[in-house]
Structure formats: C-alpha cells, structure tokens
Ligand binder design. Sequence first.
Ligand code: SAM
Length: 303
Amino acid sequence: MSEIRPGGTGTEGFGRLITHFLKKDQKNTGEQNAAWSELWDTDQSDLWDRGKPSPALAEFLERKLDHSSLRKTEGQILRALVPGCGRGYDVVMLALHGFDVYGLEVSPGAVSAANAYAATQLTHPSAENFSNQDYQPSDGHGGVKFVEGDFFTSDWMGDCLREEEIFQGFDLIYDYTASYILPLLPLWCNGFLCAIPPSSRRNWARRMQELLSPTGILVCLEFPLWKDLDAMGPPFGLNGVHWDLLAEGGDGILHSSDDLTDEKQAERRGQGQGLWKRVQYYKPELSFDQGRGTDMVSVWKLL
Ligand SMILES: C[S@@+](CC[C@H](N)C(=O)[O-])C[C@H]1O[C@@H](n2cnc3c(N)ncnc32)[C@H](O)[C@@H]1O
C-alpha cells in the first residue's frame, strides 16, 4: 500500500475551522455532528459559505438534463435531495428548476438559516440561480423542505414523505463538496465523497443506493481531480474514484501507483461488479475556482 503524503494545501488551512475540528474525536459521529452545529450556532458559516449555488449544477439542469427521462407519470413533480446543504443554495436552485427539493442538514442552525434564505430567494431569485437568465422551468417552481438529520442514518427519511406515501427514493441526488475552506478541512468532515476518509467510501455508495429511486440519477460534481490520490485529505483526490466505487464495485481506495489496466488489480477492485452505470460524463463550462479547471460532472443510474 502506498504511503500517504501530506497534501500540500499549505499552512493557510490551519485556521479557525481546523482548530475547531482538531479538538473533536474523529470516530465519534455525535461529536462531529455537534461540532458542525457549534459553527452554525456561533455564526461561523463564513468559513465555507460561498454565498451562491453551484454554477455546474445550473448548467446541468438547464442544458444537460432530460426531465422527461426521470418522470414515471405525466405531471409528476420530481423529488431531489441535497445532503449537507448548508444554507441551501443548491436546494433553492433545484426548486427554481422545477424539483420538490429536500435539503438535509445535521445542524438545526443550518436548517433555520436555510429556511430564511429560501423564503427570500424563492420569491426574488438572484441571477446566480440560473446559467441562462432566460431559463423558465416548464412546470414552474417546486417546493423546498429542510430536514434535520445525519446522512449516514435513516431516521430522517420519514420527513421526506408526502402524505400517505411509502418511500420510493429520490429522483435526483446532488453530491458535491466545493467550498472555499473545504480543501483545508480535516478528514472527519463527513457527508460527501471527497471529504470522508477513503475507508468510508463504500458506506457513502451504499447510502446513495438506498436513497435513490430505481429510476433516479446521482449527479456528482467530481472534485478534486487535480490532487494526488495518496495525498492527505480532505479533500482526498478523487481521480478515478467514482468509477471504481460505482461502476467497478471496488472500495474506491485508489493509489497513484495503481495500474488500472492490470488484471489482478481489476479483480481486487471488483471487475465491473458495480451496481451503477455512468450515463453522462463531461467537463462543465462553469465551476468553482477550487476545481482548477479539472472538475467533471458524472451522472449515475442504478443498474
Ligand atoms: C462545508 S459545509 C457545506 C455547506 C453547503 N453544502 C455549502 O456548500 O455551502 C458542510 C455542511 O454539511 C453539514 N453536514 C456535515 N456532516 C453531515 C451529515 N453527516 N449529514 C448531514 N449534514 C452534514 C454541516 O452541518 C455543514 O452545513
């Protein structure tokens, strides 16, 4: 196994946020979740908050997504999930593009902030919610609901049900981690692929499989792809990781020395035994600067 090297993110990362998480027990989920809440409760969301939705998601919704391919019945309002949604920028944006959207947050303070943000943006949306200012959703806006819960547990899922409904999964889940501070976070920022320890990647894939409708799509903003796979994270370098984890059925733990064409390694990785099929893969024209021009969008369906 290759040696894990320091990530070279520089000393700038050892600021308030790092200090905050360094005091917490990595293995204690309750403590980690409480640590996020502390940051929200002490008004420190500026440590990661970009103040706007993901440009790559707006581009996807307006130019790449075929809504009708997701719809099972005429007039059905599609349902989306944004785990770890923070102030809910992408939740609101998805709603402005016609989805009923659930924003999942482990912190009650984030849920309050998100409700306040959504109240103004749903009536007076800012231009950043759209990549094309003339865009109009064909079915009007959807609704927004912020739910308090931990991505890795199931107890919040009842809050995402419509009246007398059995859970059938989300039609779209958006997974990303791209904020100003996130490249500098220590590895116990749980919830999103580049931020979780590599050993938890299978758990992330299992949760996505449980949460997605059999006909739904998982939309991933793949970041960071520029980073050495053996460098310390988070963010952990993800070049090839989504493919290994979802398409190959591997553990998603790749090293820069791996020869992915080697048959023995392919066998260890799962050899095409994954439960997901990649249906779209492209470089977005617009993304956050932190992607250094290498971000990719991948869209996945369950087989
Ligand atoms: C770095 S912030 C990003 C927030 C937002 N996505 C953004 O980009 O502005 C990560 C967010 O995920 C939430 N979070 C962390 N772990 C979580 C978990 N296991 N389940 C749900 N939310 C979580 C935190 O409370 C925090 O608001």
